[in-house]
Design a protein around this ligand. Sequence first.
Ligand code: NAP
Length: 328
Amino acid sequence: MRQVIIVGSGPAGYTAAIYAARANLEPLVVASSVEAGGELMNTTDVENFPGFPDGIQGPELMEKMQAQAERFGAEVLYDDVVSLELEGDVKRVTLGSGTVHEAESIIIATGSAYRKLGLPGEERLSGHGVSWCATCDGFFFRERVIAVVGGGDSAMEEATFLTRFASKVYVIHRRDSLRASKIMQERAFANEKIEFVWNAEVVDILGEDTVTGVKLRSTVDGTESELAVEGVFVAIGNDPRVHLVHDQLELTPEGTIKVDGRSSRTSLPGVFAAGDVIDPTYRQAVTAAASGTVAALDAEHYLAARGEAGAPDVYDDEISGRPEADAA
Ligand code: NAP
């Protein structure tokens, strides 16, 4: 049986692995078969991760984090978790390959998934002009006219990146001001290939076999119009990936895993959570990494307390913050 298994391999998962490995907990990281490295694998320049004054490519940053975790003894498995049993002293992790791993503690760092518009044309034309990842699919849109939907940092980043390929990029946003940070806004405003379509919602994605346009509805007066584009990149945010745990752990109203205060402790003893899956607000690589640190330290304390007490009830005392319980 493992002392700790980490589910997820973004900045939170790998940072938890670095700390857990350095604490000799020999963590197993289940990194996912297709999405290993998390969302930064789909990013180009990361300019705001401290320590890289000239920026670093997202995939390179994740390779470095993985190498750092492995250097201290973390084992990384490229497989998907299909189910988790989190109750009780022994946690069970079942993988796509059918293998079941057991651990005394689990760190959930499953991140978040791209949010969808929820339109029928979106599913149907996914991979045929509709995409959620500019760095994955931008190359296919050389000299094409395309649209990015959204008004946050992701939309600005995607739109700016896509101007390397596309002849024109419309940014369709449902309001008349952006949510994106100032620097990302300014970069997009200064780009001659980007044109903003304000106060518009995409109500349909048009095309039989490939995208030919989008149907828009004005959020001001409800009038509908069509815009001819050959590609649509949806960049409207993310939802926490909680499908493996939603029936076992308490969630917040925002849908993230509920943790106790500033800790990573979830509603079940020995189960910790870190990164975007607990954070509806900040969602940065560096805050996810910090959160991974917290989870590894919490797991370490939990395991130490179990080792000393031979029972996990110290957890309950910690979570309720009753110092007198320690003395009892
Ligand atoms: P976000 O900040 O939540 O922005 C989502 C955008 O999509 C908002 O403009 C929102 O409109 C719009 N939207 C949401 N649902 C929609 C729908 N159903 N139809 C149409 N539009 C919809 O998400 P994000 O841009 O992915 O950014 C998430 C976090 O990651 C942020 O903290 C951001 O700073 C960070 N991030 C940072 C970088 C970077 O620093 N390089 C890059 C990417 C992301 P409203 O504004 O009207 O709500």
